[in-house]
Design a protein around this ligand. Sequence first.
Ligand code: NI
Length: 191
Amino acid sequence: MAVHPLCVEPHPVLRTPARPVDQFSDDLRRLARDLIDTMYANDGIGLAAPQIGRDVQVFVANPTQQRGREVLLVNPVLEAVTGRAGVVEGCLSLPEIWERVKRAARVRLSGWDLDGKPVEVEADGLLAIVLQHEFDHLHGRLFIDRLSWFRRQRVTRRVRARAASRRAAVPPSQASGAKGRDASLAASRVR
Ligand code: NI
């Protein structure tokens, strides 16, 4: 088991489009295990590789938080989105920020499993939201990017203030791995 420190905004890896996985190797399996362990250790319901400092296209999602029921996708493609939903979201890379985000209600994604076999995932409810949130992480997007301009300005000020207080509180040698305690997404109504 390996729990990694989380990368927190404004860490540059969170804003870097992740590279496609080109080898279904032991390293990929290790990364998948580490993502799952780190997600559960932080009480999250989703986690993408960039959040632990790896710029590759892998994420894990599991709104049930039951071990063994994770949805893991490698090189995911968003094939279809339908309907509308609005859920209050949080993110392990944005500690203590919670905002309602407009999303699609249902999604279909294709991708690959750890063995390089093609997989397709269809989801609605909270899983659909988590899949969209984690998919965004692989393209350098955070949920705050989807807020209205006004709300985003307000949130960005809070993110900057928190980053400044972390820099003041944490010795520089540990500053890149500040650990968040929030769940990756708050369970909430899907509208
Ligand atoms: Ni997130």
